[in-house]
Design a protein around this ligand. Structure first.
Ligand code: ARG
Length: 258
């Protein structure tokens, strides 16, 4: 009976300890995923060569390769979730995923809500048009429709430029659909990251011109505020930069990057 009583007390303490360790918030979920050795990443796989899906539906691209390398270096299994670009920051804030890689520019505005790794790539902006289009500069955009992806820096940039250059902004939640809209004349130009634009232009025989006003920051890996992972990931990024592996990945996937 005595031993039984002790066991009961012991069991109660264990249950209480388990509840205590299961607190809410980012720290709690980071701890849980460390135990299971799984890192949850979210992306918006509509953005080749950074992230897209092959015909079998497998994720592929620069960010995907880099994410796998980072997870391996840190001893985690990687799980990737596909979502709309404009839902990514919310997923981080809600602690539903451990990090985001989605060609995401590390802007000051986003830094109010999430934390970024050191920047791993930089790309300017471009306007993409049909090959026979007469639109060749910002001035030619007057009265036209410019397509952008929702939640991107291009959405914000286009809104600003539209006041000066007199065009309409059409917002779509998927950047591959944006290219389809361009090809079927539902938008006159698509406005996106240069590295991605150059790929579409070459692959699909489109035309385009650089945005002369662009001054966007480089791309970073985004984490929930206060995540313990940031330092570890930065260390891996530094190592990959020093041993040439990052450059190797850029050579494999990106034609137009610094
Ligand atoms: N670099 C731009 C931004 O941060 C666009 C990124 C879009 N990424 C994507 N996976 N669709 O806003």
């Amino acid at each position: 009976m005595k031993i039984f009583g002790k066991l009961v007390v012991f069991a109660i303490i264990m249950v209480l300890a388990a509840c205590g360790g299961n607190g809410e918030g980012n720290e709690g979920s980071a701890e849980a995923s460390e135990e299971q050795k799984v890192l949850k990443m979210a992306t918006s796989a509509d953005f080749p060569p950074f992230e897209s899906r092959d015909p079998q539906g497998n994720f592929e691209g620069f960010d995907i390769d880099l994410a796998h390398i980072i997870a391996k270096e840190l001893g985690y299994k990687l799980e990737i979730e596909d979502m709309k670009f404009d839902g990514l920051i919310g997923a981080l804030q809600a602690g539903r995923v451990d990090f985001v890689m989605a060609g995401m520019s590390a802007t000051e505005k986003r830094k109010k809500n999430v934390e970024f790794s050191t920047e791993y790539n930089h790309s300017g902006e471009m306007f993409i048009s049909q090959p026979d289009s007469t639109i060749k500069s910002l001035e030619d955009l007057k009265g036209k429709t410019v397509g952008v992806q929702l939640g991107t820096i291009q959405e914000e940039g286009a809104e600003k430029l539209s006041e000066k250059y007199g065009f309409e902004v059409k917002k779509l939640d998927n950047s591959s659909v944006l290219i389809q809209e361009l090809k079927s004349n539902r938008v006159d130009v698509a406005y996106m990251d240069k590295t991605v634009a150059v790929g579409y232009i070459e692959e699909q025989g489109l035309a385009g011109f650089d945005d002369p006003t662009s001054s966007s920051p480089g791309m970073g890996i985004a984490f929930p505020k206060g995540s313990d992972l940031v330092d570890d990931v930065n260390k891996v990024l530094k190592k990959l930069e020093e041993n040439g592996k990052l450059q190797e990945l850029k050579d494999k996937w990106l034609k137009d990057s610094q």
